[in-house]
Design a protein around this ligand. Structure first.
Ligand code: NAG
Ligand code: NAG
Ligand code: NAG
Ligand code: NAG
Ligand code: NAG
Length: 420
């Protein structure tokens, strides 16, 4: 990696001088990073795809800063991330429209638990964070605080959700001058509910211009990678503590109680049907075409993540699945089995350092591919996985580098692109 952690910081006057002159270059680089990884993510994620070369010349003018909280091993451009993150913490301001009754669909989360917890946490965290401003003139971005998860909680039909979002946004457009300045490009909307993305379809500018922060970054609902943001789906609270530093529990698949690979779930997509059909009777891959019944014992499903090397994460009704965040939390290296998936934070984090990224057609060679990964490679993947755990966890109030701050950083990158 590019960063040498032991490099001492130059004297402070030099540091501040360099930091000032760096601002412009940093911004350009941040945009370049975003654009290049967006380009990458547009292509399918096969294993053969390699990263663009990281030359020293393009970044050598940046300072090597020490930060024990950020791990350079798993980040594409650690220096840029570090400096830009500091800028974000200092300056980023979000205005939340005050309109809408918190007792119906607006402002506050429905809950902070369950499949759509990420949506709830964002609504909660934004108000607890330093990024909130009550002065729209100071704001870099505007948050449209309508919750699809709350609408579903009140039994609103999908058609009505679209109408409610449309009426609300049109109300804001009429009442405030902010939307019309950029036709919504500095506005964003957050939803983890799968149909939430469709609920924006009543306002075409909401789809085409505004930033949609969504758990389901599917191209069939016009997810635009350089504009929109993939929100990690995290089912919190986790039933059991974080895994990690437990290599010995995973490295010996010949022992009866460890597995090479694991998946158990509903067969609600083509890839899951194939996965189950090909591997259901395998002795090394623990693939079960049904959910593990709670009747067989407490937390049997979760405990299995602790003694498996690779946890297979095929898409279900949507490409995303809370299984990815579960695997990360429990220290089981995720195997992403999707043709197209803009993985959360993939323009910041180098997923290949802590996950195995496969194309769906690789399902037939799954066992050989996983067996081919050497113990040394596995240990490296696992150790890096532990380093990213904090990025896939929500907290209230939010803490540095957690899922909330990573989403904010993605928004911060996108605000640079908007000029008005
Ligand atoms: C970057 O610089 C380091 C230290 O000077 C060197 O070890 C490394 O090989 C260089 N990498 C590239 C891609 O030139
Ligand atoms: C949808 O909206 C219409 C008109 O407001 C209402 O009559 C109907 O009950 C709503 N349906 C649902 C399922 O919310
Ligand atoms: C924004 O533009 C729309 C369409 O031209 C218009 O209907 C609306 O009144 C404008 N909003 C404001 C606050 O002027
Ligand atoms: C797995 O075993 C079951 C029961 O013996 C059998 O019906 C099924 O065809 C087997 N599947 C495969 C892929 O071999
Ligand atoms: C596994 O590794 C062997 C030897 O390097 C290679 O020939 C084979 O193609 C690999 N298999 C898969 C499925 O990657």
């Amino acid at each position: 990696m590019i960063v040498s952690k032991s490099t001492p910081l130059p004297s402070s006057s030099f540091a501040s001088y360099s930091l000032c002159s760096l601002q412009g270059s940093l911004l350009t680089l941040a945009i370049l990073t975003l654009v290049s990884f967006t380009y990458l993510s547009l292509k399918s994620f096969h294993s053969s795809l390699s990263l663009p070369p990281q030359t020293n010349s393009s970044i050598s003018f940046l300072l090597n800063l020490q930060d024990s909280e950020v791990d350079a091993d798993v980040i594409h451009f650690p220096n840029i991330f570090h400096l830009n993150y500091m800028e974000m913490e200092k300056n980023f301001k979000i205005y939340v429209y005050p309109d809408g009754d918190p007792n119906t669909f607006y402002q506050t989360p429905r809950k902070l638990t369950g499949k759509y917890a990420s949506e709830g946490y964002f609504f909660q965290n934004i108000r607890e964070s330093r990024f909130l401003t009550h002065d729209p003139e100071q704001a870099h971005l505007f948050f449209i605080p309508i919750s699809c998860h709350k609408m579903r909680g009140k039994g609103t039909s999908y058609e009505n959700m679209t109408i409610i979002v449309k009426d609300y946004v049109e109300g804001l457009i009429d009442k405030y001058p902010y939307w019309n300045r950029t036709l919504g490009a500095d506005h964003f909307f957050v939803t983890c509910h799968d149909v939430g993305v469709r609920a924006t379809e009543g306002v075409s500018f909401l789809v085409k211009n505004a930033i949609r922060v969504v758990c389901s970054p599917s191209y069939d609902v016009a997810f635009i990678p350089h504009k929109d943001v993939a929100l990690p789906q995290v089912l919190q609270p986790f039933a059991l503590p974080r895994g990690g530093n437990d290599i010995e529990n995973r490295l010996h698949p010949h022992l009866a109680w460890t597995n090479l690979g694991f998946w158990a779930g509903h067969r609600n997509s083509k890839i899951r049907v194939i996965l189950a059909r090909v591997w259901e009777n395998d002795t090394e891959l623990d693939i079960s075409n049904n959910r593990i019944s709670r009747a067989i014992g407490p937390l049997v499903y979760q405990k299995r993540f602790y003694r498996t090397k690779f946890c297979v994460c095929p898409g279900g009704s949507q490409v995303n699945s809370a299984r990815i965040a579960d695997s990360i939390h429990y220290g089981c290296v995720p195997v992403i089995l999707s043709n197209y998936y803009d993985l959360p934070f993939n323009d910041i984090l180098d997923w290949r350092k802590f996950a195995v990224i496969l194309n769906e057609r690789d399902v037939y060679q799954l066992k050989q591919i996983l067996k081919n990964i050497s113990d040394a490679e596995f240990v490296s993947l696992h150790n890096n996985l532990v380093k990213v755990q904090k990025h896939f966890q929500w907290n209230s109030p939010p803490i540095r580098y957690d899922a909330f701050h990573m989403v904010m950083y993605e928004l911060w990158l996108r605000h640079h692109v908007i000029k008005y």
